[in-house]
Design a protein. Structure first.
Length: 293
């Protein structure tokens, strides 16, 4: 049985850890509120804008839009969105497991030919590629330090330029979509080419569109803005998901520390009781020995 000093040291250590996890939970909860408000306000705008452009792209009308042109998929870029820090449960591992699944499944032949490329947003994604000796074609690990549209639009423009040059035939974003504080949904979302709207069975696909202010404006201004907004929305989703996952993980860690404390204190009391009993027996035996003399 462990001695009292060892058990006492373990109790003090667990108490310190519990205080840290409680503090981290409170910090994550505060950050989650702000992040949740941002994605809640952004999501309806982003979804409606994407739906409009997908409908126009799938209308059958010829548009001079390099981001909607579909090519034979031979070179693929995966944008991996993770956090910069850990201690957030399975938040990052779900993204990395998805990458491994794609490399062994849908994109196996592309990966074997060396045509599966990666772009990382978040330090944990970059670390994953480094550990697995995978190429990191672009690294934007600082975006979460100051998450704003201007910085994200630069990253999106880099991808759009590379797609337009033909460096990649398809671009997808892999990230965690925020549902609530306890639930994050892994998303594999097509970024380029612009996905066409899926028509319901029997729906009339012959639509005539009028463009305001002009068709040229939509092609040159609105479509690039929509793509940048799509990436910004994905990062806002991931940011809110990260704080939710960390808050949940720290809450569970605090509860586990509490359970461990109960066991340690019980062990401490039993050890202390056993030590006292041993001392009493030794004193009694000594007294009996003296009386016998």
């Amino acid at each position: 049985m462990a001695n009292l000093k060892e058990v006492k040291n373990r109790i003090n250590s667990v108490v310190s850890t519990q205080q840290i996890t409680k503090a981290m939970k409170m910090v994550a909860a505060a950050k989650l509120k702000r992040a949740q408000d941002r994605i809640t306000m952004m999501r309806p705008y982003s979804q409606k804008l994407s739906a409009i452009l997908q409908n126009v792209s799938g209308s059958g009308e010829e548009m001079n839009n390099p981001y909607a042109k579909e090519r034979t998929v031979e070179k693929v870029l995966l944008i991996l969105v993770t956090s910069d820090k850990g201690l957030c449960g399975a938040f990052n591992s779900t993204v990395t497991r998805k990458v491994k699944s794609l490399m062994e499944g849908d994109y196996k032949s592309i990966a074997e030919n060396g045509n599966l490329h990666f772009m990382t947003i978040g330090k944990k994604a970059a670390d994953f590629l480094k550990r697995n000796k995978l190429p990191n074609n672009a690294d934007f690990i600082d975006l979460f330090n100051r998450l704003n549209y201007e910085d994200v639009s630069e990253a999106a423009q880099f991808v759009m330029d590379e797609y337009e040059k033909g460096t990649y035939d398809k671009v997808e974003i892999i990230y965690n979509e925020f549902k609530n504080a306890a639930t994050q949904i892994l998303n594999q979302e097509q970024f380029l080419p612009i996905a066409k709207a899926e028509n319901e069975s029997g729906a009339d696909t012959d639509h005539a569109y009028s463009y305001e202010p002009s068709r040229d404006y939509i092609e040159k201004e609105l479509i690039p803005t929509s793509l940048k907004t799509q990436l910004f929305k994905a990062l806002l989703d991931s940011n809110a998901s990260e704080h939710g996952a960390r808050m949940t993980a720290m809450d569970k860690a605090t509860d586990n520390a509490g359970d461990l404390l109960k066991e340690l204190r019980l062990t401490y009391n039993r050890t202390r009781q056993a030590a006292i009993t041993t001392e009493i027996l030794e004193i009694t035996a000594g007294a009996e020995a003296l009386a016998a003399e």
